[in-house]
Design a protein around this ligand. Structure first.
Ligand SMILES: *[C@@H]1O[C@H](CO)[C@@H](O)[C@H](O)[C@H]1NC(C)=O
Ligand SMILES: *[C@@H]1O[C@H](CO)[C@@H](O)[C@H](O)[C@H]1NC(C)=O
Ligand SMILES: *[C@@H]1O[C@H](CO)[C@@H](O)[C@H](O)[C@H]1NC(C)=O
Ligand SMILES: *[C@@H]1O[C@H](CO)[C@@H](O)[C@H](O)[C@H]1NC(C)=O
Length: 622
């Protein structure tokens, strides 16, 4: 019977008798620096400044906790043999162990009964924790004498390499955690002979940039793989995880150079349920890479420089339930971002730059159970009303979401009842709605003004006379997705600028100011004064000959053409071309820069009166 401080001291004499009769083996001792719990046969000696394994550990001990001490070398006290044989869990984490004796030769010596090899004689040990030690080297076979071992933790050790056969003989090992910042090499046959391995965690700050160096192929039964701190890997080629068809959980954390996930990067494990890509360098949600993962349910992309969750692009991961994107650079979640995701119920976008979160991002906001929105510069207007309305049915994750704007409601919490007059929008009002009428000479620039007030500040867009949207697409709750026509530009104050006006630009332009509260429009009329014939001529570039003002043909062409007559000129050209074509078919392709055809239509009219007077052909044959 182990000694211990039991609350029922009065019952002790009676209780003592029974175990003594049934189990004669256990001693009454407990090492002075430890605590012993007879109920679960646990001896706890954590954080006692021990420099070696204490003597006097009771014989029937199942769990021995020696963590957070100053043990440098694992040596067992005399007479610990029977105790070791029955030990099931040994915790040596947070010590100073730098080597594990027990190579091939030593193992044999131990067999004889000398019995001092560190990890021998532990025939029933199921769990061993050696993380946070000073291990620099693991000899092949050092761990091989633990036939019952199921879980091994070797993380946070300064191991530079793991050689082939290091884990040989651990036929029952199901869970392994290994590595540290120095780990830079894995033997190509390291993972052979581990048929039971299901969960593997590797931390390797110095592992090579090619993920194939992980040699994971033999681990066909692996269901969870965590690869941390592979800071040198830039890309994941197809097939990196190709053999791991049983994989359900994949975590890549701290791959600080990984900036993109290609379409086929995750091919192979087709039924991933959980994917974690945290603290990488992804600048967008890896929509393409996710296409091969229809079963995915939990996705974590936290701490990546991702700025936008785009509309409807996650629809391939139809079973997605949770998305975490904490501590990223999000400025916008687009409407329909989670369209088609019937099971979606948790979104955590804590600690980003979001000003709002549209209710229309979700297929149905009623399905959402948990929301992390704290630590964002939220603009509390009608767009966030849905969060306030649903606050009692939502579980808020992380810090409570609070308003940053408008000024009057700064600090207001979204998980509390809203004061009157909060979470409102006001419809945009264009400041000056008097119709603008501008008359501009062809080729000159023009600017239409439009500015509007409203809460939230409205987006401004322009429609041209053909009702096409103008101006560059801007990020914002209503991104302008229409064509951004070349010569026009939307200025930050909402004005529209056309760099060089053409006759076809004339007509009525419409400025639309919109926000969540509604819209307002104003119009502007543009009249274009065409260039005079004289100005047209002055603008024509002098290319390859004397150009006479106001004359639409270049003189050389005209001379040749008039001499031959236009009809014969063009038939000669046509014959020339057919010959050239036939010759090129016979000789193979011709270089395109040998023949150059320029066709410059000109809308001005006037000139000769011949049939081709609205076009200029200029042919050079080298
Ligand atoms: C054993 O029991 C003690 C006290 O009941 C408890 O603190 C300790 O965590 C237990 N140990 C294990 C390994 O279950
Ligand atoms: C996978 O597990 C099965 C039994 O669960 C085992 O027979 C097989 O050898 C394992 N495969 C590998 C490659 O370890
Ligand atoms: C992360 O990506 C950015 C560009 O997207 C690049 O400038 C930067 O160097 C990358 N960082 C690392 C550590 O690779
Ligand atoms: C402006 O609002 C009206 C309804 O008030 C709506 O029918 C119209 O489509 C809106 N226009 C734009 C460009 O959003």
């Amino acid at each position: 019977m182990l000694s211990g401080s039991g609350p029922r001291a009065g019952w002790r004499p009676l209780l003592l008798v029974v175990p003594f009769l049934l189990v004669p083996e256990p001693s009454l001792s407990c090492p002075s620096s430890c605590r012993c719990w007879p109920d679960n046969r646990t001896v706890g000696c954590s954080g006692r400044g021990l420099e070696s394994v204490p003597a006097g550990i009771p014989g029937g001990t199942r769990v021995l906790d020696l963590s957070k001490n100053r043990i440098r070398r694992l040596e067992w006290p005399r007479g610990a043999g029977p105790m070791r044989r029955r030990l099931e869990e040994l915790d040596l984490s947070g010590n100073l162990v730098s080597e594990l004796p027990g190579g091939e030769e030593e193992a044999e010596a131990e067999e004889e009964g000398a019995g001092d090899g560190a990890l021998s004689g532990l025939g029933q040990l199921r769990r061993l924790r050696l993380n946070h030690n000073r291990l620099r080297y693991l000899s092949p076979g050092a761990l091989g004498r633990l036939p019952a071992l199921e879980s091994l933790e070797l993380g946070s050790n300064p191991l530079p390499a793991l050689l082939d056969l290091t884990f040989r003989g651990l036929r029952r090992l199901g869970r392994l955690e290994v590595g540290g910042p120095q780990l830079g090499y894995l033997g190509p046959r390291l993972w052979e002979g581990l048929p039971a391995l299901r969960l593997l965690t590797i931390t390797g700050g110095s592992l090579p940039a090619a993920p194939s160096a992980l040699s994971l192929q033999p681990l066909a039964n692996l269901s969870a793989l965590r690869l941390n701190g592979l800071a040198r890997v830039h890309r994941l080629p197809a097939g990196t995880f190709g053999h791991l068809t049983a994989l359900r959980l994949l975590e890549l954390d701290g791959w600080s150079s990984l900036s993109e996930l290609e379409e086929n990067s995750l091919q192979g494990p087709e039924l991933l349920l959980r994917l974690t890509l945290t603290r990488c360098n992804l600048s967008s949600v890896p929509y393409l890479g996710l296409r091969s993962q229809p079963a995915l349910r939990w996705l974590d992309l936290s701490h990546n420089p991702i700025r936008v969750i785009r509309g409807a692009l996650l629809r391939h991961v139809t079973r997605l339930e949770e998305l975490r994107l904490v501590g990223a650079a999000l400025t916008i979640v687009q409407p329909e971002a989670f369209r088609g995701l019937h099971y979606f119920r948790l979104l955590d976008v804590t600690s980003n730059q979001l000003r709002s979160l549209p209710e229309t991002a979700f297929r149905s906001a009623a399905g959402l159970h948990s929301l992390g929105l704290g630590d964002n510069p939220l603009a509390c207007d009608c767009r966030l009303n849905w969060v306030v309305r649903r606050r009692r049915r939502l579980r808020f994750l992380g810090p409570a979401p609070t308003c940053q704007t408008p000024e009057a409601h700064r600090g207001l919490r979204l998980d509390r009842p809203p004061p009157p007059g909060s979470f409102l929008c006001s419809r945009p009002r264009i400041r000056d709605k008097r119709p603008q009428r501008l008359s501009v000479r062809e080729g000159r620039p023009v600017t239409f003004r439009c500015s509007a007030d409203g809460n939230p500040p409205p987006d401004i867009l322009w429609l041209n006379p053909r009702r096409q949207r103008l101006g560059a697409p801007t990020p914002g709750p209503f991104p302008l997705s229409g064509p951004a026509l070349g010569r026009s530009r939307l200025l930050p104050d909402g004005s529209l600028e056309i760099a060089s006006v053409r006759p076809q630009d004339a007509g009525i332009y419409r400025c639309v100011a919109r926000n969540a509260g509604g819209n307002d429009t104003a119009s502007a009329t543009l009249r274009v004064r065409p260039l005079s014939r004289h100005e047209l001529g002055a603008l024509r570039p002098a290319a390859g000959g004397v150009v006479r003002p106001g004359y639409p043909f270049d003189t050389q062409t005209l001379l040749v053409a008039t001499t031959m007559g236009f009809a014969s000129f063009f038939s000669v050209v046509t014959v020339c071309f057919s010959l050239l074509f036939a010759w090129s078919r016979a000789k193979g392709p011709i270089k395109h820069n040998n023949v150059q055809v320029d066709f410059v239509p000109h809308g001005g009219g006037g000139g000769g009166g011949e049939e081709e007077d609205d076009a200029k052909f200029n042919m050079k044959m080298v």
